[in-house]
Design a protein around this ligand. Sequence first.
Ligand SMILES: *[C@@H]1O[C@H](CO)[C@@H](O)[C@H](O)[C@H]1NC(C)=O
Ligand SMILES: *[C@@H]1O[C@H](CO)[C@@H](O)[C@H](O)[C@H]1NC(C)=O
Ligand SMILES: *[C@@H]1O[C@H](CO)[C@@H](O)[C@H](O)[C@H]1NC(C)=O
Ligand SMILES: *[C@@H]1O[C@H](CO)[C@@H](O)[C@H](O)[C@H]1NC(C)=O
Ligand SMILES: *[C@@H]1O[C@H](CO)[C@@H](O)[C@H](O)[C@H]1NC(C)=O
Ligand SMILES: *[C@@H]1O[C@H](CO)[C@@H](O)[C@H](O)[C@H]1NC(C)=O
Ligand SMILES: *[C@@H]1O[C@H](CO)[C@@H](O)[C@H](O)[C@H]1NC(C)=O
Length: 341
Amino acid sequence: MFAFALLSGLLASAAAKSGPIDTFANVTVYQPEDEDNRVTYARTETLPDGNVIATWNDYNQINNIQIYRSQDNGFSWYPFGNATSDQEGRKLLQPHLLYLNQSFGEEWEMGTVVLAVNAMDRTSTNIEIYASGDLGETFEHVSTVATGGAPNQTNGAMPIWEPFLMLRDNKLICYYSDQRDGQHAQKLSHQTTRDGLDNWGSAVDDVVDRNYTARPGMPTVAKLPNNKWILAYEYATLNETGQYHYPIYYRISNDPENFGTERSRRLVDTVAQPYGGPYVTWTPIGGVNGTIIVSDSSTNSVYINQELGEGIWKEVRTTAARAYSRELKIRKYSLEMRGEG
Ligand SMILES: *[C@@H]1O[C@H](CO)[C@@H](O)[C@H](O)[C@H]1NC(C)=O
Ligand SMILES: *[C@@H]1O[C@H](CO)[C@@H](O)[C@H](O)[C@H]1NC(C)=O
Ligand SMILES: *[C@@H]1O[C@H](CO)[C@@H](O)[C@H](O)[C@H]1NC(C)=O
Ligand SMILES: *[C@@H]1O[C@H](CO)[C@@H](O)[C@H](O)[C@H]1NC(C)=O
Ligand SMILES: *[C@@H]1O[C@H](CO)[C@@H](O)[C@H](O)[C@H]1NC(C)=O
Ligand SMILES: *[C@@H]1O[C@H](CO)[C@@H](O)[C@H](O)[C@H]1NC(C)=O
Ligand SMILES: *[C@@H]1O[C@H](CO)[C@@H](O)[C@H](O)[C@H]1NC(C)=O
């Protein structure tokens, strides 16, 4: 099941104004027919007309990814559209959605919805870009950002994973996890395009570790009000017993294309241990600095910081279910969270 929650009062004292939207928890967006199937990587985009579109990772698909839509702020959802691979046997997984609030290159009008996926078949992983001119109902495949080896998480295999899109200064940035560098089990990379959705530049490192075995992964990025950007990721490293563990780290940079030279910081609360698959966002609520909010994949809580990423992080418990790679999205005075349950 893939659920959706609108949380408010989360930033308690900060949220002095109550939002215009009623809050709720655990609305079901999509329930797979097969009860053993678990859908993950819930992702949404809010459109200027107020509608919300949603998609998610479903390994049981054949070669298409479904788009659902809500016209009532997330209270109810129905099937709306699809993106379909033009290659047989290629599943469209690990999605991310982005509404273009400006025209882009010569071809793409303001209002284009861009979908990045990891298109996987037995022999390859491919970060593919699809575009919709009708707000998420139909999509065409427009480009492939990067191609890696077969989907195989073993160190030494060379797949790529988990695209995340961000628009900045007439440039579209696509961040992803990258196992193709023989010096690193996995690293974080990005590529950019400026003049359309199909002309991607070469890959640039965002996070690499001197230790081969380290596996930084699952990048998400948010803009802060001081003209800096925050990159949150899981930093898989081997612990004393030789097993991977997944603490959450972040970097802050003046330039979202230059995280590579910044230092890594661990996201810790004094008690809680956020763990795995983070998602970062920022809201102006919460004082002069607003609030950075990070979700993880193993607790119901979110983690907040009101000092632009300096100083302390605080755990805030929520009534939403925990899930692998939940998404957080700000809607005016409320916070939405999506996951699987
Ligand atoms: C999307 O594709 C699936 C699988 O082919 C189909 O079951 C579903 O009806 C389609 N959704 C829409 C809104 O057309
Ligand atoms: C588009 O959205 C981005 C990210 O939210 C924002 O920084 C930018 O100012 C917006 N541009 C326009 C033209 O509204
Ligand atoms: C996965 O990759 C590892 C390392 O390259 C390789 O040894 C293994 O055979 C691969 N697994 C499959 C199922 O291909
Ligand atoms: C490399 O990783 C191992 C195991 O996690 C750790 O003990 C060691 O300190 C790391 N070395 C460096 C240079 O980071
Ligand atoms: C090492 O990591 C594994 C898997 O995350 C965990 O179960 C185990 O408790 C960890 N061991 C230590 C000593 O931290
Ligand atoms: C805002 O952030 C700055 C920079 O980290 C910090 O020095 C300041 O104390 C923060 N202000 C508040 C009210 O937390
Ligand atoms: C939402 O679902 C989760 C997981 O089943 C549960 O822990 C939580 O209590 C539910 N929240 C509400 C408000 O019912």
